[in-house]
Design a protein around this ligand. Structure first.
Ligand code: TXA
Ligand code: MG
Length: 349
């Protein structure tokens, strides 16, 4: 299949917009930009289109999809019960990077929800995608537009790398502002439960609806019991072996690890915060990459997947990457980093 590209920074031409909407309605799958990562969209009411998503991404069939809406009242079309706390969250955080899990209506395909009686819903904050959802009166289910297991795409180029030739089209909406997937909160529980941390933090949510908890699966490597089925799969992983290192303090340990003959001959990248760069000047790496300011974790989050993908393209075999404190946004950053690195902390002597 020859994938069509729709390349516009801010606006799609009227005829392109109509073509995209018609294609979704006819059961085609098209990747679209959001503020978090790119999504691979299918009409929620078309099972044939949903099957194409699982096939193109090589996604396990037990991993449900998030529904993307363009107007708040569309929630009523697919959710059977909308608690007051859910409405408050929608008012404050939508459009934005927050997915709300609610009881679903019967008419929602169980292919989309992988057989669950709930559905995750969010209203993405991106003008191009909003125009498609609103003008087409569409609800699109969409996972991230990457091959299962690889880092989520934060640009048009990333989607092309993974899915070119496998899907009907890709819409270019520039680089994603947030850079990691939305925060997922389950509102079907007595105490709302955060299933996946994102750039909307637990603290920000609690300011709006009071106490919420983290799914315990977020604190263990053993994620078989995760309430968000997707959290149990290997995720976001680059091809390189990843070593998670302490800021600056690990230089001796890096030298010890690199002195192992096998590593010495291999390509190595260092990924660190701007403030710490100077500490590594004497070390010999194939690449030294600054991920962002330590004082601004949002920047590091925005860059993380892009840098992991760049390392793949550069043929990097080993990545040494600095950790940060698991608080606030740092918790979300470390959630993705630990998965990308299979929890592989550099051994300390
Ligand atoms: O930011 C995002 O959320 C992006 C953009 C495209 O919107 N989407 C995204 O989708 O990250 P995906 O499919 O890569 O991840 C969806 C996650 C999976 O871990 C899945 O198991 C979980 O959401 N999920 C979906 N529906 C669920 C439900 N009803 N209950 C619990 N977890 C659910
Ligand atoms: Mg994904």
């Amino acid at each position: 299949m020859k994938t069509k590209y729709y390349i516009r920074d801010n606006m799609l031409k009227e005829e392109e917009l109509e073509e995209i909407i018609a294609a979704y309605k006819a059961g085609e799958i098209i990747a679209f930009p959001t503020e978090t990562v790119y999504g691979l969209g299918a009409n929620i009411f078309c099972d044939e289109a949903i099957k194409k998503i699982y096939h193109a991404k090589r996604r396990p069939m037990d991993n449900p999809l998030i529904a993307h809406i363009g107007k708040q009242e569309d929630v009523e079309k697919i959710a059977s019960l909308i608690p007051a706390k859910a409405r408050k969250l929608m008012e404050v955080f939508w459009p934005g990077p927050l997915t709300i899990v609610l009881k679903r209506k019967e008419l929602v395909s169980s292919l989309a929800t992988a057989g669950l009686d709930t559905i995750g819903i969010r209203m993405p904050d991106h003008p191009l995608t909003e125009s498609i959802l609103v003008k087409g009166d569409l609800i699109l289910v969409a996972p991230s537009a990457n091959l299962s297991g690889s880092p989520s795409p934060t640009s048009f180029k990333h989607v092309k790398e993974d899915l070119d030739g496998k899907i009907y089209g890709i819409i270019d909406g520039g680089n994603c502002e947030e850079g990691i997937e939305s925060t997922i909160i389950d509102l079907t529980e007595e105490i709302p439960l955060i299933l996946r941390p994102g750039t909307i933090t637990k603290e920000e949510i609690e300011e709006v609806i009071g106490k919420v908890a983290f799914d315990q699966a977020l604190f263990t490597k053993e994620v078989v019991k995760a309430k968000a089925p997707g959290m149990k799969y290997k995720h976001y992983a680059p091809k390189a072996k990843v070593y998670i290192i302490k800021e600056k303090e690990d230089i001796e340990n890096i030298l010890t690890e690199v002195a192992k003959s096998s590593l010495g001959e291999q390509t190595k990248a260092l990924i660190c915060f701007r403030e710490n760069y100077g500490a590594y000047l004497a070390l010999d790496f194939t690449e030294k990459i600054i991920i962002g300011d330590k004082s601004n974790i949002k920047e590091a989050i925005r860059n993380l997947y892009r840098i992991l993908r760049d390392c793949d393209i550069l043929g990097i075999e080993n990545i040494f990457i600095e950790e940060t404190e698991e608080k606030g946004l740092g918790f979300s950053y470390m959630n993705r980093l630990k998965k990308a690195g299979s929890y592989n902390y550099l051994k300390r002597s």
